[in-house]
Design a protein around this ligand. Sequence first.
Ligand SMILES: NS(=O)(=O)c1ccc(S(=O)(=O)c2ccccc2)s1
Ligand SMILES: [Zn+2]
Length: 261
Amino acid sequence: TGQRWGYGKEDGPSVWYKNYPVAEGSRQSPIDIVPNEASRDRSLDPIIINYDQCTSINISNNGHSVVVEFNDSDDRSVIKGGPLDNPYRLKQFHFHWGGKGCEGSEHTVSGTGFASELHLVHWNAVKYKTFGEASTAPDGLAVLGIFLETGDDHRWLHMITDVLYMVKYKDSITNFKGFNPKCLLPSRLHYWTYLGSLTTPPLHESVIWIVLKEPIEVSEKQLGMFRMLLFTGEEDDQRLRMENNFRPPQPLKGRIVHSSN
Ligand SMILES: NS(=O)(=O)c1ccc(S(=O)(=O)c2ccccc2)s1
Ligand SMILES: [Zn+2]
């Protein structure tokens, strides 16, 4: 049922509105975050991340990004506190990145992008019975966004980059058990938060965004491994390198960005 979309000239973010009119909606993501225009809410609690009982299942290439999926049959891995009224269950995480030496994050800070952005996708299993139902509800999803900047090697990211060769092609999937993404969190959890959307089709306006202020550091070499992935499948005669899989910032349309302390 879903229409084909991508990040190229013909099927990229500038034409998504044709098949997904909500692309021009009032709470689209990503956005440019301007720190001194964000409202500092002392009432905003810290976010609490409980990934200890985390169980990753698999890693796959869905033709848009590389995705690690989790067992979300119970509240074993949740994010809560901050702007959230309920605990939200971890469902998957994935990345967005640029081309060699170019920006690749989706959110920008005062107009500046980062090399990449990690999204940890959670859903409100208290209010909704399934991820699908939550994914279309205004408070259904909570996505934790973490910026990646280039510098030293990230000591744990190799656990992901070492297996990327196994999911080189679109629709490839392989076992990936026992990975705990808490090793990808920065040391401090200060954040910005605002009401937004999925940054890819179907662009549902169902996401409470929590974007961490502190980036994590990864090496250019580690980031280069992501660029060996392909948008295309093993049978495709085209071999399109997976890079620049990010949507540019969207109009704020009157929304307020809140800042934790
Ligand atoms: N980049 S993002 O974090 O905003 C994002 C885009 C798509 C997803 S999803 O695969 O969870 C999903 C969710 C609902 C319907 C279809 C896919 S998460
Ligand atoms: Zn994303």
